[in-house]
Ligand binder design. Structure first.
Ligand code: PMP
Length: 423
């Protein structure tokens, strides 16, 4: 029984694409991990607001006031969605990448950063090179906690430290033991930021329950396009940091001094890091998606997604040449993100054939997680292969993978078509 709940209506359900074999089919979007289709509900909310669009924090007129209210109310909706502490800040950014770079720019001077080599590049790369420790990939969630504990215990001197960890892998879909890692971080006087880019669209995220210091995610993976992201969490480091962007909106008072210098008093609120005219539609669409997901109920969304995951994994298990990539093993809890290789196939050709012959959109490559994908494929971790499509010799399996990912809008038919195509 796969009818735990119906898929949520999303845009693009009726898009048809031509097939090289002739005719056309409806497009099967199975690349939610890159960008999920917008929820129809988000689109409708934005369309209803669009005629009233105005500048945020920059106008006395009615439509400016309305837009300012929508923008500021979006923070509240998102704080509730994330179960934030009352004192937490919600800062609007462009994306998860932007959120983590903002936090990197706000690190205290002597702060060390700890990340696993398995992270997405957005979580692996923003940190100052001389202050980051890249930890070995663990093969179990328990090993992840032990590895982190050891690294934090060994660190000297005992200054501030930050751990950055993903909630769900964008390669394997596997869930990371965030609560346990947060407890380990705090026990050693460190803080932790959760990269929830892949977790938030699939699972409720509770800042309080997980006891993380910050959480980052992207609207476009949470069924909300329009270029917004979020960094939510503790205000203290951010309040003390230089503004991420200098400009209007971040500054409270600007004065030209006698000697020709310019003196600035910066805001201490979220606005400190949001200079420039705010992206009200981006913020509003995230809030709308949060409301829609909450109303649909994560219990039923998760139950349905788990059925789709089981169906794909069973289907791939029937194809002897297909190998699913996993760090923590077959039984690890996961979200709807599955990467695999097919023996004898170049993954890029395989993905291209799924598109051209079946109208299925998946992703191939190293998924901006080069060290992890190389590790899982048994490739040389030091090799300099580029993101995209390293060529395999004819008949060999390539050193990149195919990723199928899905979510709240995925109908059963897309999964069945995908499995038939793989077979
Ligand atoms: N972290 C993870 C786990 C991701 O999957 C992604 C996107 N693939 C990012 C961070 C970066 O997200 P964005 O491209 O929206 O900044």
């Amino acid at each position: 029984d796969r009818s735990v709940c119906s898929p949520l209506p999303v845009l693009g359900r009726d898009v048809t694409v031509p097939l090289v074999t002739g005719g056309e089919v409806t497009y099967a979007a199975l690349d939610y991990a890159a960008s999920a289709p917008a929820l129809q509900r988000v689109w409708d909310d934005v369309a209803a607001y669009a005629p009233y669009y105005g500048s945020v924090h920059r106008g006395a007129g009615y439509l400016s006031q309305l837009s300012t209210d929508l923008f500021e109310n979006a923070r509240g909706t998102i704080a509730e969605f994330l179960d934030c502490r009352p004192e937490d800040q919600v800062i609007f950014t462009r994306s998860t990448t932007d959120s983590l770079n903002l936090l990197a720019a706000a690190l205290p001077a002597d702060c060390r950063v700890f990340v696993f080599e398995t992270e997405h590049h957005a979580a692996l790369l923003p940190w100052p090179e001389d202050r980051v420790t890249c930890l070995d990939a663990p093969r179990t969630p328990q090993e992840a906690v032990r590895t982190l504990e050891r690294a934090l215990a060994d660190r000297a001197p005992h200054g501030p430290a930050l751990v950055c960890v993903t909630g769900a892998s964008n390669v394997t879909g596997e869930l990371w033991p965030v609560r346990e890692l947060a407890a380990a971080a705090h026990a050693h006087g460190a803080r932790i930021v959760l990269d929830a880019a892949q977790l938030a669209p699939h699972h409720p995220v509770s800042v309080r329950g997980l006891d993380v210091d910050w959480v980052a995610f992207s609207g476009h993976k949470l069924y909300a396009p329009f270029g917004s992201g979020v960094l939510a969490g503790r205000a203290d480091w951010l309040r003390r940091a230089e503004p991420y962007l200098a400009g209007g909106g971040a500054s409270r008072k600007v004065t030209r001094l006698q000697d020709g210098a310019v003196r600035v008093d910066w805001h201490e609120s979220a606005a400190r890091h949001e200079a420039g005219s705010p992206n009200v539609i981006g913020a509003y669409s995230i809030a709308s998606a949060c409301t829609a997901l909450t109303q649909a109920g994560f219990d039923t969304l998760v139950a349905r997604e788990q059925q789709l995951i089981r169906r794909i994994r069973e289907g791939l298990a029937e194809v002897p040449e297909a190998r699913v990539l996993s760090l923590f093993g077959d039984d690890a809890p996961r979200v709807g993100v599955i990467s695999f290789v097919v023996e004898g196939w170049n993954s890029s050709h395989f993905a291209a054939a799924l598109s051209a012959e079946y109208g299925i959109g998946v992703r191939d490559g190293l998924f901006c997680a080069h060290p992890l994908v190389r590790l899982l494929l048994g490739g040389d971790p030091q090799s300099q292969g580029e993101c995209g499509a390293p060529e395999a010799a004819p008949g060999e399996t390539s050193l990149n993978a195919i990723r199928v990912s899905f979510g709240a809008g995925t109908p059963d038919e897309h999964i069945e078509r995908f499995l038939a195509a793989v077979r």
